[in-house]
Design a protein around this ligand. Structure first.
Ligand SMILES: [Zn+2]
Length: 198
């Protein structure tokens, strides 16, 4: 499948917020917005939603503004799926992206700090917009591709499922995450991921 590389590192001059990715990342005295990940079995995909609605309400789906948000908050994700179904790779899969924060897997798993063993996928959406057909289909195709390349079936969780009240109660984080939220159709998504190849 077509995936456009747009790595969050200092060699990337793509526009982000009011500048360039390279400038923002250099300004934080970093070379990239990820950590090394010790060789480990990556077995979980975390679904998120992100928009620039709080930055510029008239341009909530702006790629430039969303890339700026990653830089401003020093966070990252492996993939960004735009409204058109266009997929950008922001972090290499063998690196640890900063997408889940303090987190705990639902029981019976209960592993904490999911960044270590997961791949993060951000879908561009506001809490009200819902998700486009193109996003469901591109995200499912991406997940099938990941499963094929890693040779295993993955766990699928929403950010809200691992960074909600349980994570706060355990002192893993201060705020509750609510993405991708109730408008994300998990049944549709799971059906698309595991449907037999056409
Ligand atoms: Zn999230």
């Amino acid at each position: 499948m077509k995936i456009t590389p747009c790595l969050l590192d200092i060699s990337n001059n793509t526009r982000a917020g009011d500048g360039r990715l390279s400038e923002h990342i250099r300004g934080q005295n970093k070379e990239h917005l990820w950590d090394d990940r010790p060789p480990c079995a990556v077995d979980t995909i975390v679904i998120h939603s992100i928009s620039a609605g709080n930055v510029e309400p008239r341009r909530p789906f702006s790629r430039t503004l969303i890339l700026g948000i990653f830089c401003t908050y020093g966070v990252s994700s492996h993939y960004l799926v735009e409204r058109t179904g266009h997929v950008l790779q922001l972090v290499p899969e063998d690196k640890k992206a900063w997408h889940a924060g303090g987190s705990i897997m639902p029981p019976p798993d209960k592993r904490t700090m999911a960044n270590a063993f997961s791949i993060g996928i951000e879908l561009v959406a506001t809490p009200q917009s819902g998700f486009t057909e193109e996003q469901y289909s591109a995200c499912a195709r991406l997940c099938r591709d990941i499963e094929r390349r890693h040779g295993r079936v993955f766990n699928y969780v929403g950010h809200e499922d691992i960074a909600g009240e349980t994570a706060v109660r355990l002192g893993l984080r201060k705020d509750v995450k609510v993405d991708p939220g109730p408008l994300f159709d998990w049944n549709l998504f799971r059906t698309l991921v595991h449907k037999p190849a056409a």
